[in-house]
Write a protein that binds this ligand. Structure first.
Ligand SMILES: C[S@@+](CC[C@H](N)C(=O)[O-])C[C@H]1O[C@@H](n2cnc3c(N)ncnc32)[C@H](O)[C@@H]1O
Length: 291
């Protein structure tokens, strides 16, 4: 178990905006499943909301929605979106450590309990048992209808598009990049890639639904590079090497190698594709109720 994240690993310059533009989006099916399981629709809380990837897909179904995140930068972007969407009356976003949700809600005069609690792509940063106790005993409504929905995703690399509905699989370049950054993930990344099977939900929750899916998204090299730049591990690596003249940025090598390979493919196939690769992303969703 990892200690809860203390520093703001998602507060790097432009990371909020880039996160918003270049991260994969959750499948619509996941939102339908979450709502199908949530009968009461008064209060909704999205924990570690980032820039609102779950929050703004689900808020319309609830009277009041709250986004919380430890990163002021992410909350700043979320608040700008609340203003832009004119949602100030029904949605709020606050900086808050996920392990002290009830205390901070009380201090700020916000609702204390919720019909739906979501967490996307963040549990692997947390002290899970402490967080599970907080959610189940303090934040969920103490009935049998409130729902805890846990979701996440991980990139499995990418394929090259070599023709119409024809793809070439080769993970070498992605793996080379990943091997350079992975030790700088300050979280339990392995458990994320296992759909959180290593966490013991059973002390507080019973699982009522589980879904897994892989989505292939055609994209440009630029978009793939921008996505990889949102990895917190990549940003930590850059920070650790500030002022190191001998440091070679792994993303530059990645971009160079992929471009070269794409040029070779396009030369051989004599075709140009606007999106020459497709990103492969695994998604999972797990739905729980209190014991
Ligand atoms: C990868 S982002 C996920 C954002 C969004 N939920 C999504 O599904 O894309 C992880 C988020 O968890 C937040 N986070 C990490 N530790 C936290 C903690 N202890 N309390 C609250 N938020 C935390 C980070 O600041 C970051 O915004």
């Amino acid at each position: 178990m990892l200690p809860a994240q203390q520093k703001d690993l998602f507060g790097h310059s432009n990371q909020g905006e880039n996160y918003d533009k270049f991260r994969p989006v959750y499948p619509q099916e996941f939102f339908d499943i979450i709502l199908k399981n949530t009968v009461d629709r008064e209060n909704y809380i999205d924990v570690a909301c980032g820039t609102g990837q779950l929050l703004f897909e689900l808020n319309n179904s609830f009277k009041f929605s709250l986004g919380t995140d430890i990163s002021p930068k992410q909350i700043e972007v979320t608040n700008q979106k609340i203003q832009k969407k004119n949602l100030q009356d029904s949605v709020q976003a606050i900086v808050c450590d996920a392990h002290s949700l009830q205390q901070i809600s009380k201090e700020k005069g916000l609702p204390h309990t919720y019909d739906l609690v979501t967490i996307g792509q963040a549990l692997h940063w947390f002290d899970t048992q402490k967080f599970f106790t907080e959610v189940s005993r303090n934040i969920m409504k103490q009935n049998h209808t409130s729902v805890f929905a846990v979701t996440g995703y991980f990139c499995r690399g990418f394929d090259y598009i070599v023709g119409e509905n024809r793809f070439e699989e080769d993970q070498t370049i992605y793996n080379e990049f990943y091997d350079k950054v992975k030790e700088h993930f300050d979280c339990d990344r392995e458990n994320l890639s296992l759909g959180y099977v290593g966490y013991d939900f059973s002390k507080e929750f019973k699982e009522i639904e589980k879904v897994e899916t892989v989505i292939n998204t055609p994209c440009s090299i630029f978009e793939m590079v921008k996505y990889l730049k949102t990895y917190s591990a990549y940003n930590t690596l850059l920070e650790k090497n500030k002022g190191n003249n001998g440091f070679i940025d792994p993303i530059l090598k990645f971009e160079e190698d992929v471009t070269k390979k794409v040029q070779e493919i396009q030369k051989t196939s004599q075709s140009q594709f606007q999106n020459p690769i497709r990103m492969k992303t695994s998604y999972f969703l797990r739905i729980f109720k209190r014991l």
